[in-house]
Design a protein around this ligand. Structure first.
Ligand SMILES: Nc1ncnc2c1ncn2[C@@H]1O[C@H](COP(=O)(O)OP(=O)(O)OP(=O)(O)O)[C@@H](O)[C@H]1O
Length: 293
């Protein structure tokens, strides 16, 4: 059963439609990546779902009572509070019983790797530590739905890796909707992709579905050098694209099959060092959907 249903969600600022008639479902214990160029409406969508903004039209329906955790794009902390004080406050605001707030806060800080920093003032935290604290306040009450606006974009690669791993471990019993412009991350943790452009949902589905719509699969044949690739280009039995020491054979309606290409090169192996099937990366799909290419 789906946990949440977003129907015809719309937000208008004056004449501008920041979010334009967006409809989707979140299934229980799935991860959904919300992607799209700057200004496409990701933050506005998440803010409406998190209850920070009122929709102009449309509805957001829950099929469950248990809470939401929300990590805004630029979380604010009170710099004079220690991490533990901040967390206890966040826990109480999120409905954690006052008796359990401290223990629950300490457990969560440990989970996000801030056990040693509990007594430090948040004003002295680095960007990466703040990001972890932001995640900690979002999950302290063990919500069923986690909404995360750009949870890893501000981090360096090591920090991103750690937060992505934390999110993956949460995914087992939480439904996660997160926005990102780092497509490698979206590729790594996604059961559903939502692609916004100018406020409209222009693509939606599993990564495999979206890939198959845009994939234009091809076979890449790598040669030992450019001259060998050029020599093959002269006599190629298929339509090909030559780029440096490689040639690309577009696969249209399953032709040519990889086996056919392998057979050809088994008999004419002049300078071939590798043959592989390639699908489009999410990055390439993004550029295509966004109309950059
Ligand atoms: N408070 C506001 N008043 C007027 N327009 C706004 C407001 N907030 C956002 N917008 C406009 O709504 C559109 C969507 O913005 P939003 O911040 O949701 O996009 P985004 O996809 O999150 O972008 P980014 O990747 O840059 O964070 C933009 O055109 C933006 O200028």
């Amino acid at each position: 059963m789906s946990l949440l249903e977003v129907k015809n969600l719309t937000k208008r600022y004056g004449n501008e439609l920041a979010v334009d008639d967006v409809t989707f479902l979140l299934e229980e214990r799935t991860a959904t990546a919300l992607i799209g160029p700057n200004g496409s409406g990701k933050t506005t969508t998440l803010s409406m779902m998190g209850g920070l903004l009122r929709p102009t039209a449309g509805s957001i329906n829950w099929n469950s009572g248990s809470g939401i955790g929300f990590l805004p794009q630029y979380p604010r902390f009170f710099p004079w509070l220690t991490a533990l004080e901040f967390m206890e406050m966040a826990a109480k605001i999120s409905g954690v019983d006052a008796k359990h707030a401290r223990a629950q806060s300490m457990r969560t800080l440990e989970f996000v790797g801030l056990k040693g920093e509990m007594k430090k003032k948040t004003g002295a935290f680095s960007g990466g530590m703040k990001q972890r604290l932001g995640l900690a306040q979002a999950i302290v009450h063990q919500p069923q739905l986690l909404l995360l606006d750009e949870p890893v974009s501000a981090l360096d690669p090591a920090g991103r890796r750690e937060i992505m791993d934390l999110l993956k471990s949460l995914q087992q019993d939480t439904t996660i909707l997160y926005s990102t412009h780092i497509l490698n991350d979206a590729e790594e943790m996604t059961d559903q992709l939502l692609f916004l452009q100018n406020g409209r949902l222009v693509e939606q589905g599993s990564l495999a579905d979206v890939r198959s719509r845009y994939a234009e699969p091809r076979i890449r044949v790598k040669f030992s050098d450019t001259a060998a690739a050029a020599a093959f280009t002269e006599k190629a039995p298929w339509e090909i694209k030559h780029e440096g020491n490689a040639v690309y054979i577009p696969v249209i309606d399953g032709r040519p099959a990889l086996q056919e290409v392998l057979n050809y090169f088994a008999a004419n192996s002049a300078g071939v060092t590798g043959i592989e099937h390639q699908a489009a990366s999410l990055e390439e799909i993004f550029l295509k959907v966004a109309g950059v290419r």
